[in-house]
Design a protein around this ligand. Structure first.
Ligand SMILES: [Fe+2]
Length: 227
């Protein structure tokens, strides 16, 4: 890819410059672990476009929580979460590969998928969106689209591979309705490990003042086991 280049996302024209790309790699250095240059470029560009189209200047501006209405981390950012999930996922795969000579996985897809698994939070964690949904929860739904769903939109709009879109789509509870890929299985459990370890280790804040304490704690949980 040559830069600068202009992309369109949600009707907004976004210029992707080398400076904006460098800022994304500086915030999320694991992007440089992706060996394939084209895939690496697409991950960077997806983050540049996703943030800018939704009014964020960096990943760490988003609330550092699993769901928009769950408790935030005591310390650390939303970017730290995604970086940590990536590092946990890579360690898991390397451990298995070291033990089982026939174990095969796609390292680039694993890294790209882990770094993009929560990219849809630019929609679900966008303060104006959450306040709009909260004002009339039956108008378009509350939230209208969770981050896995919106993550699929961004991945395909930014021409990321289907395998990465699948990880965004089904790393969370949505993945219980299908069979996850190998790389998504690793990311899913890395994500679970991260949040469960945070919980057990007392690393959640005890109060949440984001948007006047919108801590319903119900997002991401099935409303009915029968459906
Ligand atoms: Fe996550």
């Amino acid at each position: 890819m040559t830069y600068p280049r202009t992309v369109s996302l949600r009707g907004k024209s976004i210029e992707i410059t080398e400076a904006k790309r460098a800022a994304r790699v500086a915030e999320m250095p694991e992007i440089d672990w992706i060996g394939d240059r084209d895939l690496r470029d697409k991950v960077i560009d997806a983050w540049v476009a996703a943030l800018e189209a939704h009014g964020f200047t960096q990943i760490g501006e988003m609330k550092p929580s699993g769901n928009y209405d769950s408790m935030p981390l005591l310390t650390g950012t939303q970017c730290d979460h995604m970086r940590s999930v990536c590092r946990l996922a890579v360690k898991t795969a390397e451990e298995m590969a070291g033990l089982f000579p026939n174990f095969r996985y796609d390292r680039d897809i694993l890294i790209a998928g882990a770094l993009c698994h929560d990219i849809g939070k630019v929609w679900e964690f966008q303060p104006d969106n959450v306040q709009r949904w909260k004002a009339d929860r039956h108008a378009v739904g509350f939230p209208s689209v969770r981050h896995p769903g919106y993550g699929v939109f961004i991945c395909f709009a930014m021409d990321l591979p289907e395998a990465v879109a699948h990880i965004a789509a089904a790393h969370s509870a949505e993945g219980e309705l299908l069979e996850r890929s190998l790389e998504n299985t690793i990311v899913h459990w890395a994500d679970v490990t991260f949040w469960k370890t945070v919980e057990a280790g007392g690393q959640f804040a005890t109060t949440d003042t984001w948007l006047d304490g919108l801590t319903g704690g119900v997002s991401g949980k099935p409303k009915s086991a029968a459906l």
